[in-house]
Design a protein around this ligand. Structure first.
Ligand code: SAM
Length: 237
């Protein structure tokens, strides 16, 4: 009897997953209108990407129903997919132009990677957790994306062989902006978008490089999972 109940639940989830690929259109449009446009996201390419990409397919099946909530959602391995507003704001701050080479740190589910490709970037993405990286790569390929390169490892080192990057986006929180990223930014207006602060609260920063000059702007307060690595937080956090 117990066995039958377990099977039935699993079946429910599978059928939800199947239907979900075609549905949630209404929820996605509402998310864009209420969580993004009304809060000041104005970049048309970012809005179009967020309207187009099915966020729910990047989530574990048991959390699909939370995909369009105004909050981060768990993706396994103790990690999260960021709140839709934060994904949109960070992408808007990066000011991507078609063909830009962008380094993303923290592939996670692959959702932000897809958004970056939709707005025209060729993405180099690094994730330290192998199970997440593998799932994200498969998901992105299944969806037909090919303008990305993925690496498993410590993203605080950046990807020096592929530098310089027009944009670097860090989707985990750092105690300060690592020098490695500044060095790997294009000297002609390269931009680094990164949450900087303490372990439990940060502020979104944008650092722009012109030759050896770096200017810093501060955006909204935020809370991200930690950037763990040589130039981030140590493992025990
Ligand atoms: N952008 C992701 C998405 O769209 O699903 C969400 C990223 S999640 C908020 C942060 C990710 O950063 C986690 O998957 C975590 O494993 C990863 N991470 C943390 N430190 C890292 C590091 N040093 N190098 C690469 N990835 C790292």
């Amino acid at each position: 009897m117990k066995f039958q109940i377990r099977v039935a639940r699993k079946k429910d989830m599978k059928s939800l997953s199947g239907e979900a690929r075609e549905s949630f259109h209404e929820e996605r449009m509402q998310m864009v209108e209420q969580q993004l446009r009304r809060r000041g996201i104005h970049d048309q390419n970012v809005l179009a990407a967020m309207e187009k990409i099915p966020r729910h397919v990047f989530l574990p099946v048991e959390f699909i129903r939370s995909a369009y909530d105004d909050s981060p959602v768990t993706i396994g391995e103790g990690q999260t997919i960021s709140q839709p507003y934060m994904v949109a704001l960070m992408t808007q701050c990066l000011q991507v132009h078609k063909g830009d080479r962008v380094l993303e740190i923290g592939t996670g589910s692959g959702y932000q990677t897809a958004i970056l490709m939709e707005v025209g970037a060729e993405v180099y993405t690094i994730e330290r957790m192998k199970p997440l990286a593998e799932k994200a790569e498969k998901k992105l390929k299944d969806l037909g994306y090919d303008a990305f390169h993925i690496r498993i490892g410590d993203g605080t080192l950046g990807w020096p062989e592929q530098a310089p990057f027009q944009g670097i986006i860090v989707t985990a929180a750092a105690p300060e902006a690592p020098e490695t990223y500044k060095e790997q930014l294009s000297e002609e207006g390269g931009q680094l978008v990164i949450p900087v602060g303490s372990r439990y609260s940060q502020v979104l920063h944008r650092i722009t490089r012109f030759q050896d000059r770096f200017t810093k702007e501060e955006f909204t307060p935020c809370v991200f999972v930690p950037l763990v690595g040589k130039y981030g937080w140590k493992e025990e956090y």
